[in-house]
Design a protein around this ligand. Structure first.
Ligand code: GCO
Length: 410
C-alpha cells in the first residue's frame, strides 16, 4: 500500500476552449472555421461546458476528486480590446462558487492557448505589448474572481510555443500549409500576415521573453488578489539521449525545460504536465523504439516519464510540484488505467525520496477538443456523446476516483 501526502490534490483538468463551446471571439474560432483549415474539426459546441459546468463539477465531486483545474477564457472576458464583459466575469464567478459548494478546490488558469482574436491579430505573444495586455486582463479578472480562487496558474505551458517551433524546425520543411493558413486568417480579420501570431503556430522563439515577463508581472498581480498559491505550468517531456545524442538533448532540455523552470524559482508551486519521453540521437529526434506502443497522439506509451520530469522540476525550480496534467489519448480505457497506474507509481517513487509533490490532476475530465486533431483523440475519464452531450464515466473514472478517496493505492 502506498499513501500520498496528507492534503494531496486529486483532480481532473479541462481548458475553456476545449470544452465550453462557442468561443467565437477567440483566434482559433476563426482558424477552425476557415476553409481549408489546419484543424481536423472546428471546436463548435465542444462539450457545452459553458452551460453544463454545474453537472460536470457535480460529476467529478461524485467520483471522489477534490480539485478541478480549468481555465477562464480571455476571449470571452475581453472580446474587444479594453471592453471587459461583466457577464462573462459573473459566469466564471458562479462557476468557481459552484466548486466551493461541492467542496472542490478550484485551480484557475488565466491563459490556456487561446486568446482574443484582436490580441493575436496584433502580434500575439511575439509583440512585447503582450506583457501589459495580459497584465491588464489579469488585473481585471483577478479583481473580480481572486477571492474565490484557491490556486491560480498564470500561463499554461509557457514553453510550448518554443517547443512546437523547435519540433517544426527539426522535422524540416512542410511548413507551407501553416504559413498559408496564417496569411489567410490575417486577411479574413483585416490583419497583416506577418503580425498574426497564434500561440501554437507562430514563431515560438520570439514569444519566450514576453511570456516570461508576462508570468512575472501577472504573478505579482495575482498574488495580491488570489487567496492561495500562484504559479505557472509547463509541458515537460522526459528528454533522453541515445549515445551521441547527448549534446542535442542537453540543448533542447535547457531551451524547453530548463530556462522555464529557472524562471519559476520563487513561485508558490510549479505545474508539471507530462505525457511521454522524447529521445535524441546524433542526427536529431529519434522515432519511437521498435515495437513501442503509440498513443492516439503518436506519442510513445511511456508513463514513467513523469518520474523524471517531476524530479527535474523540483530540482531546478526549487518549488513544490503539482502534476497539473498527465494522461493518454486512447480509445482503450483499460490502457488509460495501466498508463495512469504506472504514472502514479512513478510519483510515489518521488514522494518516497522526499520530493515535495502536492497533487495529481488528470488530463482530462471529458473527451474534448484536442486542438489540431479535433475530436479524434480521447483523453477523457468521461465519455461525451457529441450529439446529445450525455456524459458517461468510463471505468478509469471510477478507478481513479477511488484512489483519490483513499489517498492511497496498493
Ligand atoms: C496541454 C494541453 C491540453 C492538451 C493535452 C493533451 O496543456 O498540453 O493543456 O490542452 O489537450 O496536453 O494533448
Amino acid at each position: 500500500m502506498a499513501t500520498f501526502p496528507a492534503g494531496f490534490l486529486w483532480g481532473t483538468a479541462t481548458a475553456a476552449h476545449q470544452v465550453e463551446g462557442g468561443n467565437t471571439a477567440s483566434d482559433l474560432w476563426l482558424m477552425e472555421m476557415m476553409k481549408p483549415s489546419l484543424f481536423a474539426d472546428p471546436s463548435g459546441d465542444a462539450c457545452d461546458h459553458y452551460h453544463r459546468y454545474s453537472e460536470d463539477i457535480a460529476l467529478l465531486a461524485g467520483l471522489g476528486f477534490n480539485t478541478y483545474r480549468f481555465s477562464i477564457e480571455w476571449a470571452r472576458i475581453e472580446p474587444e480590446e479594453g471592453f471587459f464583459s461583466q457577464a462573462a466575469l459573473d459566469h466564471y464567478r458562479r462557476m468557481i462558487a459552484e466548486c466551493h459548494a461541492r467542496r472542490i478546490t478550484p485551480m484557475v488558469t488565466f491563459h490556456h492557448f487561446t486568446a482574443p482574436l484582436w490580441f493575436t491579430r496584433g502580434g500575439g505573444w511575439e509583440d512585447e505589448k503582450s506583457v501589459d495586455r495580459f497584465a491588464r486582463f489579469c488585473e481585471r479578472a483577478g479583481t473580480a474572481l481572486g477571492d474565490l480562487i484557491a490556486y491560480a496558474c498564470t500561463i499554461n505551458e509557457a514553453n510550448i510555443p518554443i517547443m512546437t517551433t523547435m519540433i517544426r524546425q527539426a522535422s524540416g520543411g512542410g511548413d507551407e500549409m501553416r504559413l498559408k493558413a496564417l496569411a489567410e486568417a490575417a486577411r479574413l480579420c483585416g490583419g497583416r500576415p506577418e503580425r498574426f501570431a497564434p500561440y501554437l503556430s507562430g514563431d515560438g522563439h520570439a514569444t519566450v521573453p514576453n511570456l516570461l515577463a508576462a508570468h512575472r508581472k501577472s504573478y505579482d498581480i495575482l498574488k495580491a488578489k488570489v487567496s492561495g498559491p500562484v504559479g505557472i505550468t509547463l509541458s515537460l517531456n522526459d528528454f533522453q539521449a541515445e549515445p551521441g545524442g547527448e549534446a542535442l538533448r542537453d540543448m533542447a532540455d535547457q531551451l524547453i525545460n530548463g530556462q522555464f523552470l529557472e524562471a519559476a524559482k520563487g513561485d508558490d508551486y510549479v505545474g508539471v504536465q507530462t505525457y511521454t519521453r522524447v529521445r535524441f540521437g546524433e542526427a536529431g529526434l529519434l522515432p519511437l523504439p521498435d515495437g513501442a506502443e503509440a498513443t492516439q497522439m503518436g506519442y510513445e506509451f511511456y508513463p514513467e516519464a513523469l518520474e523524471a520530469t517531476v524530479r527535474q522540476a523540483a530540482r531546478v525550480s526549487g518549488c513544490p510540484v503539482i502534476v497539473t496534467e498527465n494522461g493518454i489519448g486512447t480509445e482503450d480505457d483499460a490502457r488509460r488505467i495501466v498508463y495512469t497506474e504506472r504514472a502514479l507509481w512513478s510519483l510515489i517513487n518521488c514522494v518516497r525520496d522526499g520530493v515535495d509533490v502536492q497533487g495529481y490532476i488528470h488530463w482530462s475530465l471529458l473527451d474534448n477538443f484536442e486542438w489540431l486533431e479535433g475530436y479524434g483523440p480521447k483523453f477523457g475519464l468521461v465519455e461525451v456523446d457529441r450529439t446529445t452531450q450525455a456524459r458517461k464515466p468510463k471505468p478509469s473514472a471510477y478507478w481513479l476516483g477511488e484512489i483519490a478517496k483513499q489517498n492511497a493505492m496498493g
